[in-house]
Each structure stands twice: as structure tokens, then as C-alpha cells.
Design a binder for this molecule. Structure first.
Ligand SMILES: *Cc1c(COP(=O)(O)O)cnc(C)c1O
Length: 419
């Protein structure tokens, strides 16, 4: 459930009519609903209420906007970060260092040091090589870094190849079959405090089955590690729960997910960490855009909107569906190809889509754009970076300024020897 709905014929974000935001900030612009973020955060937390003190770390990469993170910090969420930049955002949003998990296969030495400087709660190690490097740095400081070993359970998450992370040939984690040997070795290294294992098999999962299979394998690993005399007090189950993008999509609910986790992990006797991203952020945001022109086409007209693949990359990158709606729908419908202005055929949001009948100058939205939206933006075609707004009841604020093409150009130099 979200707080974007039609009132008096006009699409609102909470109590704010979207034309007011377009007027004040221009388009394209992402619009987030604070009430929706909070609602999703609570629904997810409530779904885990059977568990003993679970830790929830929002996957910052899904939406790293500072105001967005602040809402989650106020809900008691920690953060799962995958770069030094994300770590500084989580800290700036007020998240406690001990509530921060650092994931990622390519943490640099500087990033490992940054994590130690800040005394973060957990490093999720993705290789023996990374572990040895972190151990060396931490031991040199007289520290023992709290760590989990990320395992690759070789499970097909049944999602898009580009967002699948738990198959044997994906780059993430260590093969689960090698984990006992690797864990035993890492547990001997001064500088590391090995406390558990982590798993994350992919994103936008539409079924619980692959998750349950992966968690089952992790449960067996935990038993095996303990049998070998190793300490396992923490297990990080990652994120990955899907959201409905399209009419008819029916991903598992957080409640169903929580019940499955409770059933599978009942005997583990560990503290569980969760890293939800999309399920919190996806339906808490929309991308507001204006139709530039309706261009006639061979079969269907092209609705050329002022948002493009540089603002919302998911359709171009994953062939993803985003529901497209007029802000002031009359009930008349059309079939159109919905495209952005960028000079790439990939800059197509939808082909032959039935949608509200729209004319040049009218406003429309792409739904479910709160996760992996603004954060994937680029300045391709020198279009600048899209602005972001947050709504709270009847007020709204710009939470990320639009960065214009000229600001980006200002950071460039023509060397003297070319002038
Ligand atoms: C991307 C990612 C997540 C979040 O995935 P969602 O599908 O958005 O829930 C969690 N953990 C790790 C390690 C990730 O890379």
C-alpha cells in the first residue's frame, strides 16, 4: 500500500497535488512519500516480530538519499552499505556505527580502514583475500573486526540475470562448499572476530522457494561450523524480496517471508540481520514527468516525455515495467510507445502500452520508482541529474537539488595545451 492516489481527479502524493510539485521544482522529479516509507518499514519489522531481536539494515544502494535514510533511521533501521560513499551517507543520516553492515566484493583498503575508523557493526567478507587484508589492517591497530563470511549457496533466484547474485558463477561470496575450511582459517586470524555467515541471492524475487532453499543450506552450514568448534552467533539473510510493478504481480508479502524465516531458522540460536532495499523503497516513490510531445508513429503514437533512461535506468537495463499514469486522467485511454528524449533506442519505457490519453504539456508518473531509481541516474546526453522531493502530509521539500548540465560542465577543464 502506498500514499499516491487520485483525489478530486488529480494524483496526489499524500495531501500534495503533484502539479504543485511540478510547478515548484520542475520535471522530471522523483517524489517520495514519507508516510509510505514509514509504513513499509513498520510492515517489514512487524513481519519479523516472532524473531528474537532481529537487526534490520536498509540496503542503502536502493535509495541513498539522505532524507530517505533519515526516515528509516528514525524507524530504528541500520544500514547495509557497499561503498565508502554509502557508509558516509548512513553516518550522516545518524545511523549508529554498530548498526551498519559493510558488504561488497571490492572494498578497497581505504574503505576497510574507513569501516574500522568508524567501528562499524559488521564487515561481510566476500573472499579469503579480502579477509586477510582486513585482518592485517585491524591487527595492526590492535582491533578485532566483527565479521561474517558471505557464502554463495548456488541457488537460482529465478530473477533477472543482472540482479541474480547467488549462483555458483556469480562474483559474490565464497562457494558454500568451501565455507567450512575458509571460516576455520579466518577464525584463527588475529584482527578478525568471526561471528557468522551472510547470504544474499538476488533482488526482485517473486517466490520464497529459492530463499528457503538458500536459508536451508545456510542452516546446515551453521550446524557444521559449530560441530567443528567454531563460533556462530550471527546470520545475515540479506534482502531480495520483490515488489509488485505490474498489474497481476503477486510477490510474497513481508508476512509470508517472516513466517518462512521463523520456520526455517527456529533452531539456529543466532541474531538475524536483514538487508531489505526494494521492498521498503520501491513503492514509496514515483517519477513525475511531463509530456514534451506526442509524435505520430506507424502503429502507435510516441509519447515523448521529459524523463529518460538517464533518470530511470531500469527499463533500459533490465527491460523492467513501470506503470505509467496521467496525473489528471479523464478516463480516456490510448495505446502509445512511451519514450524519453535520449538518442538511444534503449531510451524506451514501454512499447504499445495502454495508458491514460495524454497530450503535450500534461503531467504523468512512472510508479514504483523509489528503489533503484534516482540512485542509478547519470548525466548521459548532458541532461544533468534529476531532482528529488519528499512529501510529508501537506508539505513537501526538495531533498536533492537538480544538478544542471552547466554545473557538470563546470567540473571539466580544457588543458592549456589544447586551448
Ligand atoms: C542489493 C543488496 C541488497 C538489497 O536487495 P533488495 O532486493 O533491494 O532487497 C541486500 N544485500 C546486499 C548484499 C545487496 O547487494
Amino acid at each position: 500500500m502506498d500514499h499516491f492516489s487520485i483525489r478530486d481527479g488529480i494524483l496526489h502524493a499524500e495531501d500534495v497535488p503533484l502539479p504543485a510539485i511540478a510547478e515548484a521544482v520542475g520535471t522530471p522529479v522523483y517524489v517520495y512519500s514519507r508516510a509510505t516509507i514509514e509504513r513499509h518499514a513498520r510492515v517489514f519489522r512487524d513481519a519479523l516480530s516472532e524473531l528474537d531481536a532481529p537487526h534490520i539494515a536498509f540496503a542503502v544502494k536502493a535509495n541513498p538519499n539522505l532524507a530517505f535514510l533519515k526516515v528509516l533511521q528514525r524507524e530504528g533501521y541500520g544500514a547495509d552499505v557497499v561503498s565508502g560513499g554509502e557508509l558516509s551517507r548512513a553516518l550522516a543520516a545518524g545511523m549508529a556505527p554498530r548498526d551498519i553492515v559493510f558488504s561488497g566484493v571490492g572494498k578497497t583498503r581505504a574503505e576497510l580502514e574507513y569501516g574500522l575508523d568508524e567501528d562499524i557493526g559488521q564487515f561481510n567478507l566476500e573472499s579469503t583475500e579480502e579477509a586477510v587484508e582486513l585482518a592485517g589492517i585491524a591487527a595492526g591497530r590492535g582491533m578485532a573486526a566483527p565479521c561474517a563470511l558471505r557464502v554463495n549457496p548456488d541457488v537460482d533466484a529465478g530473477t533477472h540475470d543482472k540482479i541474480s547474485t547467488g549462483k555458483a558463477d556469480n562474483k559474490f561470496g565464497v562457494p558454500i562448499g568451501n565455507a567450512p575450511e575458509i571460516y576455520a582459517r579466518l577464525a584463527t586470524l588475529p584482527g578478525l572476530a568471526m561471528r557468522g555467515v551472510a547470504v544474499h541471492i538476488g533482488s526482485q524475487l517473486s517466490s520464497l522457494e529459492p530463499l528457503e532453499t538458500a536459508f536451508g543450506k545456510v542452516g546446515m552450514l551453521v550446524a557444521e561450523l559449530r560441530k567443528a568448534g567454531l563460533t556462530v552467533s550471527h546470520v545475515d539473510l540479506g534482502g531480495g524480496l520483490g515488489v509488485p510493478y505490474k498489474p497481476g504481480d503477486n510477490p510474497p508479502s513481508p508476512a509470508e517471508y517472516g513466517a518462512m524465516v521463523h520456520r526455517v531458522t527456529r533452531d539456529w540460536d543466532v541474531t538475524l540481520t536483514f538487508e531489505p532495499g526494494r521492498v521498503i523503497a520501491g513503492n514509496a516513490g514515483i517519477l513525475l514527468t511531463r509530456v514534451i510531445r506526442v509524435k505520430s508513429g506507424l502503429r502507435h503514437p510516441f509519447l515523448v516525455v521529459d524523463a529518460a533512461m538517464n533518470d530511470l535506468a531500469r527499463p533500459a537495463m533490465y527491460g523492467a515495467w513501470h506503470t505509467f499514469e496521467g496525473v489528471a486522467p479523464t478516463g480516456d485511454r490510448m495505446i502509445a510507445n512511451i519514450v524519453g528524449p535520449i538518442c538511444e533506442t534503449g531510451d524506451t519505457f514501454a512499447m504499445a502500452r495502454e495508458c491514460d490519453d495524454l497530450e503535450a504539456g500534461e503531467l504523468a508518473v512512472f510508479r514504483t520508482a523509489g528503489a533503484y531509481g534516482a540512485t542509478m541516474a547519470s548525466s548521459y546526453n548532458s541532461r544533468g541529474f534529476v531532482a528529488e522531493v519528499m512529501v510529508d502530509g501537506n508539505r513537501f521539500a526538495t531533498v536533492a537539488d537538480r544538478i544542471g548540465a552547466s554545473d557538470i560542465m563546470d567540473a571539466e577543464r580544457v588543458p592549456e595545451w589544447l586551448a
